[in-house]
Ligand binder design. Structure first.
Ligand SMILES: [Zn+2]
Length: 258
């Protein structure tokens, strides 16, 4: 018997869309971005989640690539995804993270680069039941290298200033093993002052590893973004390399399996 003809992606998308509509009728769903009675992410909010990756800078941390600005619909959607149990928004957010990661890797010398995330606290895992960043990465077919662990508890960062956050984060992470010669793309969800990522980089370096680049889903705009032009250049580079848009959305260098 001949193998079944492949189904065109557009047909699949239409079927999926119809199934989502049917589901929305059966189970009331509100949009994570604007609370409209619609799908998990309505059309307008899906547009808001389309990314222009931006290069941002923070004192001490340095440069990082962010997929989105943490405000408005985007902030609502990320909040609902992280702390409201709305894992149905993962698909829409995973694209933004993947694009930031691709932008961050442009210009990184070739060779193996592993993805490193900040481990969730036990309390956060218990409350959420999932690790938000790992879930987004999984949507792009990426698994992070679980090389960091919490060395001591850190308190909630909310309400702390830059100095307070740095003191709160210092010494909270430790590498599980020696990391000599290994390079990492540091990935996190929301960049505020960057204190968590500074601590992650310190812990990687203390074990002999290095950070090749940093990518976050969204940044809280504390100061003017340094890079609209850079972002455009980055996108052009990505397009030129033809590396974006594949299954993982990540350009060369390939990630080594975690
Ligand atoms: Zn919406």
């Amino acid at each position: 018997m001949p193998p079944p003809a492949p189904i065109a992606p557009r047909v699949l998308a239409a079927v999926r869309s119809a199934a989502l509509d049917a589901l929305a009728v059966l189970v009331p769903v509100t949009c994570v971005g604007c609370a409209a009675a619609d799908r998990a992410v309505c059309g307008d909010c899906r547009l808001a989640l389309l990314v222009t990756p931006r290069l941002v800078e923070r004192p001490v941390l340095g440069a990082a690539w962010a997929g989105l600005e943490y405000s408005g619909r985007v902030a609502n959607a990320i909040g609902a995804f992280k702390d409201g149990g709305r894992t149905d928004a993962a698909g829409a957010l995973a694209g933004a993270l993947g694009t930031a990661m691709a932008a961050a890797l442009v210009g990184v010398p070739r060779g193996s680069v592993e993805v490193c995330t900040v481990p969730s606290t036990a309390d956060a895992m218990r409350e959420r039941g999932y690790a938000p960043v790992e879930l987004l990465l999984a949507r792009r077919g990426i698994r992070s290298s679980r090389v960091l662990r919490l060395a001591r508890a850190r308190s909630d960062q909310a309400g702390l200033g830059a100095d307070g956050r740095r003191a709160n984060a210092a010494g909270t992470l430790r590498a599980r093993e020696t990391l000599a010669g290994r390079r990492f793309l540091l990935v996190d969800d929301v960049l505020t002052t960057g204190s968590t990522l500074v601590e992650a980089r310190r812990a990687l370096a203390a074990a002999g590893g290095s950070v090749a680049a940093i990518a976050v889903l969204a940044e809280t705009p504390l100061r003017r973004s340094v890079g609209a032009a850079n972002a455009r250049d980055g996108l052009r580079d990505i397009a030129a390399q033809g590396g974006y848009g594949g299954r993982t959305g990540v350009v060369d260098p390939p990630f080594s399996p975690g």
